[in-house]
Design a protein around this ligand. Structure first.
Ligand SMILES: [Zn+2]
Length: 81
């Protein structure tokens, strides 16, 4: 089930995990839980399969363009330094 190539940055082994991912695009941020992703064991770089990226892209458009209500909404602090 894990068929990720080795990490392009450090050559480490990439294993599949379920992660929480901050999907950022334009001025929007969407938190996606339970995303299957390849994670490098050495440097932690994340890799997504095209189908997973497509799914997140779809959800993004559902929420921000088609105004579907997400299951949950988080409030995040915003600060400046
Ligand atoms: Zn790596």
């Amino acid at each position: 089930m894990t068929n990720y190539a080795d990490c392009t940055y450090c050559g480490g082994e990439v294993v599949e995990k379920k992660i929480d991912y901050d999907y950022r695009r334009e001025k929007h941020l969407m938190v996606v839980n339970n995303v299957p992703a390849g994670v490098c064991r050495q440097c932690g770089e994340k890799y997504f399969k095209p189908g997973v990226l497509k799914q997140m892209d779809e959800i993004y458009h559902d929420i921000f363009d088609r105004h579907q209500k997400p299951k949950r909404t988080l409030t995040v602090p915003a600060v400046s330094l």
